[in-house]
Design a protein around this ligand. Structure first.
Ligand SMILES: Nc1ncnc2c1ncn2[C@@H]1O[C@H](COP(=O)(O)OP(=O)(O)O)[C@@H](O)[C@H]1O
Ligand SMILES: [Mg+2]
Length: 539
């Protein structure tokens, strides 16, 4: 073995290492700090935060996911918290703050168990048992929902938007959201599938929120190319083009060898000829609208205008694809090969939204896509509304796909807490303490909702426990009036997946963080000093 007592160096010089208790405690602390950052934003009475991004731009938000996305964090355990938020956002589009706060609280409870000398393995085992037990009772509080329950769906959207600044206009947006989601339902093997990519959001500021609308079709933020062109084309035959009018222009600089003035004339004539040909191919196909991914040069535009075509150039690649899909057209990569059957159909109109002209493509044969235009006085407001609408679209989708909803306002968390409290009495060993701690941690959600609304959290928790004890399982706290009551009656409802996923994600992250007793960080690259290759100053 290592006979000469020389240390074996396996870590590079400069590597930082922390082990055992100290690593664990620091991880817990870092994670708790993250939870604390977002805690005050939970629920309808949550506070806003102003974030300043690296470019100096401001974001005013109440959205936990956004806050965590924007803050620059280095600590590994803190990063795990961000991962919790991200995965919750990906799975459910909502409930991110809940998941993060719950993780923080589980870790806090775990910390006091560690203080009592309970091994992290036992704590993790107890937490896992708790999670398993809860899964058995998952659907206890749930009721079914289908696409015909429009009012219920609207209330789901409203509950989700309640905590965003969009909430003052929740009537407008819950209508828009429910209409948007229900109009893109697909049935695959008898199951509801909703692809939110079919809903496109356009944001316009400088207009009151009440001008927000839903459009059954596509809206692109572009202008037609000529003022004289028609504003509306009722029976549009749309050429969706990804090719140049006229001669091909190479991307590489090329040289044209011209030795006498006649040759220039000849070249220009050839170019004009080519442009005229391209225009003819398009008009011969029967197209009356051109949506082009590439720019179109002035000469070509002039001819197209003369032919009375409605032309939009430099349309986004993503939009081009969407347009082709919805209008049932083909993307034309060679103008000379265009035929009538390549053309998409629909109705095209250029309209003003606020001060911005936009192109509306409606009456599409493959009418899958819908667009939501969000208007608002300022960019900040429009952005925050968009975040609210994003969450609302997602929860309505989730509710429809799963077909199950539960009461909000903390009802689920008190319910689950009660289940675990009675379960822990049947568990032997120290895991019992962990399960009890888990039960207590779940109360953090209604507690925080109350706290953020200026209500007395202890008082509310007592009331909630009492009412659940006597069988009022749907009771939660209605923040709007400070009353404990049936959340279904208060129309505070949400898809079941949001909270079940949050509880699972929080438990898993907690267990993962508890397991770590060693943090080995390699030496940071020092970018400030010397990174640019300058030799150190001799002075
Ligand atoms: N009127 C209300 N009264 C009480 N709780 C509400 C009300 N409206 C929404 N909630 C609750 O607010 C919580 C969501 O808050 P939110 O700030 O959106 O956090 P998250 O990022 O976890 O979704 C949910 O638990 C939901 O049930
Ligand atoms: Mg939310």
């Amino acid at each position: 073995m290592n006979g000469n007592q020389q240390p074996i160096i396996i870590l590079k010089e400069g590597t930082e290492r922390e082990t055992g208790m100290s690593a664990q405690r620091k991880n817990i602390m870092a994670a708790k700090i993250i939870a604390d950052v977002v805690k005050t934003t939970l629920g309808p009475k949550g506070m806003d935060k102003i974030l300043v991004d690296s470019m100096g731009d401001l974001i005013v938000t109440n959205d936990g996911a956004t806050i965590l996305k924007e803050i620059d964090i280095d600590h590994p355990a803190a990063k795990m918290m961000i991962e919790v938020a991200k995965s919750q956002d990906k799975e459910c589009g909502d409930g991110t703050t809940t998941a993060v706060i719950l993780t923080g609280e589980l870790l806090k409870k775990a910390e006091s168990l560690l203080d009592k000398g309970i091994h992290p393995t036992i704590i993790s085992k107890g937490f896992k048992m708790a999670l398993e037990k809860l899964k058995e009772f998952n659907e206890d509080l749930s009721t079914n929902v289908t696409e015909i329950d429009k009012e219920t769906l609207k209330n789901i959207a409203k509950t989700s938007m309640a905590s965003k600044n969009a909430s003052t206009e929740d009537e407008i947006f819950s209508d828009i959201v429910v209409e948007a989601v229900t109009s893109i339902i697909e049935k695959v093997d008898g199951k509801i599938k909703i692809n939110l990519d079919n809903i496109q959001i356009q944001k316009v500021h400088g207009q009151s929120v009440s001008h927000s609308e839903i459009v059954d079709g596509l809206v692109i933020d572009k202008n037609k190319q000529h003022v004289d062109m028609l504003k509306v084309v009722e029976n549009a035959k749309i050429a969706i083009i990804n090719d140049e009018f006229g001669m091909k222009k190479t991307n590489i600089e090329s040289k044209l060898n011209i030795t006498n003035p006649n040759e220039i004339q000849g070249y220009l004539e050839k170019e004009e000829e080519a442009i005229k040909n391209s225009v003819k191919y398009v008009t011969d196909s029967g197209a009356n609208v051109i949506l082009s991914q590439k720019g179109i040069d002035d000469e070509a535009l002039h001819f197209l205008n003369k032919e009375g075509l409605f032309v939009v150039e430099r349309v986004d690649k993503k939009d081009i694809k969407r347009i082709a899909k919805n209008t049932n057209g083909k993307i034309i990569s060679k103008i000379s090969e265009i035929t009538n059957s390549d053309l998409g159909t629909g109705r095209i109109e250029q309209k003003k939204v606020g001060d911005v002209e936009m192109i509306f493509i409606t009456n599409c044969p493959e009418s899958r896509a819908v667009s939501i235009i969000i208007t608002g006085s300022t960019i900040h407001l429009v952005d925050e509304i968009e975040r609210g609408v994003h969450d609302a679209l997602f929860v309505v989708k989730t509710a429809l796909e799963d077909g199950k909803i539960i009461p909000g306002g903390g009802a689920k968390f008190i319910h689950d807490s009660m289940i675990l409290k009675s379960y822990q009495t049947s568990v032997r060993g120290r895991e019992q303490l962990a399960i009890e701690a888990f039960a207590e941690a779940l109360e953090i959600i209604p507690k925080t909702l109350s706290e953020n609304a200026g209500l007395d959290p202890i008082d509310i928790i007592m009331k909630l426990r009492n009412s659940h004890n006597i069988g009022n399982e749907r009771d939660g706290i209605d923040i709007n009036n400070g009353r404990v009551g049936d959340m279904y009656q208060a129309n505070i409802i949400e898809p079941i997946r949001v909270s079940t996923n949050a509880i699972t994600a929080a438990t898993e992250a907690t267990i993962m963080i508890l397991k770590i007793d060693d943090v080995i960080a390699s030496k940071k690259m020092d970018t400030e000093k010397g990174g640019g290759g300058m030799p150190p100053s001799p002075y």
